[in-house]
Design a protein around this ligand. Structure first.
Ligand SMILES: Nc1ncnc2c1ncn2[C@@H]1O[C@H](COP(=O)(O)OP(=O)(O)OP(=O)(O)O)[C@@H](O)[C@H]1O
Ligand SMILES: [Mg+2]
Length: 593
């Protein structure tokens, strides 16, 4: 079952529209003020016409002119106030929609499966979460404001024009096809360019993100110049796209049509006035109404541009969001039972998706591990050790077979419930740019400082943390201290210990720690986690020797399992592997101090 299934049918336009109309009250207030704004714009030509009409009279009344002028001023004040409110509301609407869209996108990214994150580049996600949402924002504000202004002005002014002189309005009707053709043509031409623009931005983001992340490799191989050259190529591509857009925009000419219609209205209108078929004030009103169309015609071009880019961006956000890559949750989850974790791998197979093919990483693994054991997993690089752990955490689902913990298939457990019980110290430790205290307490925000210190001591981290000026409040990363590999690992160990997991996994966790520190950590962990199930992926002979169970992996297969003494006698592969591992000082896993 996939809880996201119901959303699949929707198109990105519908999805965007749904977000837009969600803010009902705001939209209604916005439309009211917009109507006031346009109405006051469209009545002004009538006042101007009245003044001209009055001026044309022989016994013109100055008080009428003054009163009408005051009305123009009043309309101007109301118009300015309404414009302020509608512009403000439009900006608020844009921010609300963008915020909702960004939050939805972010939530979805966090829920996506590991397979999704293996394939999708961070830079691409970042581009969609920042640049593309910004483009959507611009389409709403000022784009939508322009769109509504243009349409409302068109409706008001044209209706008034038809009312004043249907004959003169025929001119507009004649010009209409030209408007439609030019704007449609512009819309069509801009589509592909807008799409290319947002995509190119994403490409640049990916490149930039990879270069910065891989800066050490770039330096090491003295590849700065090549990297800059490649980036230059991408910026050139963006420049080309923008130039193309500029040229298309420059060719946007409906304003010329409006000017032409104004000139023709004057000509034909004068004729009608001379023949007594139209009053002078009506002609003036008509021409001024016509002029109110100049701005919207110009704005239509901008709206089209913003619409095209905004929609191309919305499509990209929606497409990434809607990729149905979630680890499905059971509809009625079974709660984790029991304290310790007994684990059963049952004909477990797994293949990573790589392109259209699948690459087998685990092949029919069968094994029962009793709760509380210490299991060492050994095998050559790429033999599937880390993959097995990832499946246990349900980062991926098996292609065949199953994993059960305490007799419950992990697919039937609520994901968070399962992961809460598993503490992992991965090969590559990741810490957040927060304080050391927050990093350790990441899985248990309510932990007291005493608890944090206690696990830090167990992980042999307390001492070096206290050597920092700010102790546990020291910020890690960019804005603070840079930790060594071994220090990071010890913080990761403390972080895993704090949540008191039923299953603890150390994936090569000791590689960056010296043997003496590791011995202390192992002893401490053994004391804390007595009766918990522990997996250790390691090359250290002593750790392997002392494990209750050793899993020997080769090419995704579990070629043998058992205790050291048995394996060494019966399995030549194990002997081989064992001999190849370098002799490191012995360490204890579970036996007391
Ligand atoms: N995200 C991935 N996508 C595709 N293939 C992968 C992925 N991760 C690992 N593999 C492949 O799966 C196989 C097993 O990898 P795994 O990381 O489990 O090996 P390992 O035994 O942990 O190796 P090491 O000792 O080097 O850590 C390898 O052939 C590897 O290339
Ligand atoms: Mg590994």
């Amino acid at each position: 079952m996939n809880q996201k299934g119901s959303r699949k049918e929707m198109s990105y336009k519908k999805w965007f529209f749904k977000h837009l109309v969600k803010e009902k009250l705001l939209s209604i207030v916005l439309l009211i003020f917009l109507t006031i704004y346009i109405a006051t714009t469209s009545v002004t030509p009538f006042f101007i016409g009245d003044i001209f009409g009055e001026l044309a009279k022989e016994n013109r009344s100055f008080s009428i002119i003054l009163r009408t002028a005051l009305l123009i001023a009043l309309a101007g004040v109301i118009r300015a106030a309404a414009d302020f409110v509608q512009s403000y509301m439009n900006e608020v609407l844009a921010h609300k929609v963008t915020k909702n869209v960004t939050e939805e996108f972010y939530n979805d990214m966090l829920e996506k499966s590991q397979e999704f994150h293996d394939r999708i580049k961070v830079g691409d996600i970042m581009a969609r979460a920042t640049y593309d949402t910004r483009q959507m924002n611009i389409f709403i504000s000022p784009g939508l404001k322009f769109l509504f202004e243009a349409s409302f002005t068109l409706i008001f002014s044209v209706s008034f024009m038809i009312w004043i002189s249907p004959k003169l309005a025929l001119l507009l009707a004649a010009a209409l096809p030209f408007y439609i053709i030019t704007i449609y043509d512009y819309y069509k031409k801009l589509g592909p360019v807008s799409k290319a623009q947002v995509e190119q931005n994403s490409i640049m983001n990916i490149r930039l993100q990879e270069s910065i992340t891989g800066i050490r490799v770039i330096r090491n191989f003295v590849k700065e110049k090549e990297e800059i050259k490649e980036f230059d190529y991408e910026t050139d591509r963006l420049r080309e796209i923008n130039t193309k857009r500029g040229i298309i925009s420059a060719k946007y000419y409906p304003i010329a049509i409006t000017t032409l219609v104004i000139a023709l209205s004057f000509l034909w209108g004068s004729n009608l006035v001379t023949n007594g078929n139209l009053s002078l004030d009506d002609l003036i009103t008509f021409v001024f109404l016509m002029m109110t169309l100049t701005m919207p015609t110009w704005q239509a071009g901008r709206v089209v541009t913003q619409f095209q880019i905004g929609m191309a961006a919305a499509k990209r956000i929606y497409e990434m969001k809607e990729r149905e890559e979630y680890v499905p949750e059971p509809s009625t989850p079974t709660e984790w039972s029991g304290y310790q974790g007994s684990i059963k791998f049952d004909r477990l197979s797994f293949s990573y998706k790589s392109g259209s093919t699948r690459k087998k990483a685990l092949d029919k693994i069968n094994l029962h591990i009793s709760g509380g054991s210490t299991v060492a997993i050994i095998g050559n690089p790429g033999s599937g050790k880390s993959t097995l752990i990832k499946l246990l955490m349900r980062l991926y689902d098996p292609t065949e077979g199953k994993i059960s913990i305490n007799g419950i298939e992990i697919k039937d457990m609520c994901l968070s419930n399962l992961r809460e019980h598993i503490g992992v110290i991965e090969q590559e430790v990741f810490l957040f740019s927060k304080s050391i205290r927050d990093n350790i307490a990441y899985g248990k925000a309510e932990a007291t400082l005493e608890e944090i210190e206690a696990v830090a001591k167990l992980a042999q981290a307390h001492e070096f943390i206290m050597n920092f000026e700010n102790g546990y409040d020291t910020i890690v990363g960019e804005r603070g201290v840079t930790l060594s590999g071994g220090q990071k690992q010890r913080i990761a160990i403390a972080r895993a210990l704090l949540v008191n997991p039923s299953i603890l996994i150390l994936d090569d966790a000791s590689s960056a720690i010296d043997a003496e520190t590791e011995r202390k950590i192992q002893t401490a962990i053994a004391n804390v986690l007595k009766n918990r199930t522990t997996f250790v992926i390691t090359h250290r002979l002593a750790t392997i020797k002392n494990a209750d169970l050793i899993m020997v992996m080769r090419n995704g297969k579990l070629i043998d399992s058992g205790a050291h003494d048995d394996l060494i006698l019966r399995n030549p592969d194990y002997r081989n592997l064992f001999e190849r591992f370098s002799e490191l000082p012995p360490i204890q896993i579970k036996e007391g101090v």
